[in-house]
Design a protein. Structure first.
Length: 184
């Protein structure tokens, strides 16, 4: 049986229709599974979030003791470290490693720092964390070898949009529309 051009075009159209249907079905199935993760993935996400909640600065708070303080006027980094059980050699080694990341002589009054120890009664710290601002922190790890790392925090920017009609003052209008950022 020889196919005529008319039969060939009908056959070609049928194959194109079948192929298009398969593509559309694949896209629908893929988008459904991408929007609805299965329960196993959801449970693993919940478990990972619970692990992250118990960690601070990369240290598990169940295994370590965290002592938080604030830099006061005339505080010196070396004095803070020696008061927390570090020897002069360790302080010099830490200063040498920290040179690449930040100048320890320029610590800011009012900045937070945290001493991390294995237990509350342990004399020697495991790490020191210095927060020069709210967007980054410096981790001085003192466990095996002295390492200093600068870690930048994830920053999330949220925009709020409000609309209304100004009848008296802008501030009163915003308060009337109950915008969260202006009511504080």
């Amino acid at each position: 049986m020889k196919l005529t051009p008319l039969k060939m075009s009908k056959l070609r159209k049928r194959y194109i229709d079948i192929f298009a249907s398969l593509v559309i079905a694949s896209v629908i199935i893929f988008s459904y599974h991408a929007d609805n993760p299965n329960k196993d993935n959801l449970n693993s996400l919940v478990n990972n979030n619970s692990l992250i909640k118990n960690q601070l600065f990369g240290f598990n708070l169940d295994s370590f003791y965290l002592q938080s303080n604030v830099i006061k006027k005339n505080d010196v980094f070396g004095t803070i470290l020696s008061e927390n059980g570090l020897t002069n050699n360790m302080i010099m080694l830490l200063e040498h490693e920290a040179k690449k990341i930040f100048n320890i002589r320029n610590i800011q009054v009012g900045a937070k720092y945290h001493i991390i120890k294995r237990s509350a009664c342990d004399d020697r710290p495991v790490a020191l964390v210095y927060e020069p601002d709210k967007y980054k922190y410096v981790v001085c790890d003192l466990r095996d070898s002295v390492t200093v790392n600068l870690v930048e925090k994830n920053v999330e920017v949220c925009e709020q949009v409000a609309s209304g009609r100004i009848e008296s003052s802008l501030l009163e209008c915003i308060r009337r529309t109950r915008c969260q950022s202006f009511n504080n």
